[in-house]
Design a protein around this ligand. Structure first.
Ligand code: ADP
Length: 331
């Protein structure tokens, strides 16, 4: 609200300045014209008295008069030019204020959404783990396979909590002091391990990896790459409909690593393709959204990729879905 008042105040001042300036410019114009007419008349009277000219038409042909007319015309152009520069500067100012305000409003909305979703994300695994522990305590005579099943589900929830906290920590670190630790890693193996872990959690998802054979060792930040792969795979499964199908394509050519993560989900509209990388940004509104999330995943991915001096692109998959393409050149 104070922002809105501030914006209203700055607009009012700008409108006032524009009007005041238009008035001054008009005044200057008329004064300039009056001065020109007065001088012209004086000059003409002088010339007639000296007998140099006889008619007004003759006077207008005189060099002195033409120099005078030229000078005043030049002054008119100057006034007009100054006015235009002023108006354009003011309009640019208004545009910048407006942009800043819109950005602030969006950031506030995203922060609100984030708080809403993070509370939800933290509460649900905590509640599930508590329920499992209570059941195990209360029903000590449960058959072994049943109690194992319960313990496993608690472990899965715990893993979810762990990943969420990791994401939160990483995103805080990314802004303050993220220092990637570059070491020789086996990217193909790292992806395979990640796939196995995620497949255990989502047995209905089909994940395939292409291009892993004889993939060379590459210099990258292991932890960062784990975050990239986990977040991309989790997203691909989360936003897919019922049977998630994901294909990871790994390529290496002349020191350049290309990773494609293609899914069969709903796809991402063109106008959202840039915004999804903003911190806390989620498509749609928190009330209508079905899936859980914090809007941190793609922000983290982009930061990690940037730390590797790489790029990430969002492409449309065929017949439907999204491809996230990461290109990193080895340094
Ligand atoms: P979160 O998944 O926690 O919402 P992300 O930063 O990972 O946050 O993603 C931002 C938004 O981008 C998501 O809310 C979702 O709308 C969209 N998105 C991300 N990945 C996909 C995908 N594979 N398919 C469709 N939409 C996606």
């Amino acid at each position: 609200m104070p922002n809105l008042r501030l914006r209203f105040l700055s607009y009012s001042i700008m409108v006032y300045m524009l009007m005041a300036f238009a008035w001054w410019a008009l005044l200057l114009f008329t004064k300039n014209r009056d001065a020109f007419h007065a001088k012209r008349e004086l000059m003409q009277i002088g010339m007639v008295a000296e007998g140099r000219v006889k008619s007004a038409a003759e006077f207008e042909q005189m060099g002195d008069y033409q120099a005078l007319a030229k000078k005043y015309k030049r002054q008119e152009y100057m006034i007009f030019g100054e006015a235009m520069v002023f108006v354009l500067t003011l309009l640019a100012g208004i545009w910048f204020i407006n942009q800043g305000y819109q950005k602030e409003v969006r950031a506030n909305q995203q922060r609100r959404n984030f708080l809403l979703s993070i509370t939800h994300e933290l509460k649900s695994p905590i509640a599930s783990i508590r329920l499992v522990l209570e059941t195990l305590l209360r029903r000590k005579e449960l058959p072994k396979d049943k109690s194992e099943q319960l313990a496993n589900s608690a472990l899965r929830e715990n893993e979810r909590l762990h990943e969420l906290v990791e994401n939160l920590l990483l995103s805080a670190k990314l802004e303050a002091a993220y220092q990637p630790f570059f070491e020789e890693i086996n990217l193909a193996d790292l992806l395979k391990e990640n796939m196995t872990k995620i497949s255990e959690r989502h047995p209905d998802a089909r994940i395939i990896l292409d291009g892993a054979d004889e993939f060379p060792m590459v210099k990258m930040d292991r932890q960062g790459m784990i975050s990239v792969a986990t977040n991309l795979l989790e997203n691909a499964i989360k936003y897919a409909n019922d049977r998630p199908e994901i294909e990871i394509k790994l390529r290496y050519k002349e020191g350049q690593v290309t990773m494609d993560f293609a899914d069969n989900g709903p796809g991402i509209p063109d106008k959202e393709k840039k915004r999804i990388f903003e911190k806390f940004y989620r498509i749609g509104s928190e009330e209508t959204r079905q899936t859980k999330g914090t809007g941190l995943g793609l922000f983290i991915i982009e930061q990690v990729v940037k730390a590797h001096k790489g790029s990430i692109q969002v492409l449309d998959n065929q017949p439907k879905g999204t491809i996230f393409r990461i290109v990193i050149r080895e340094s």
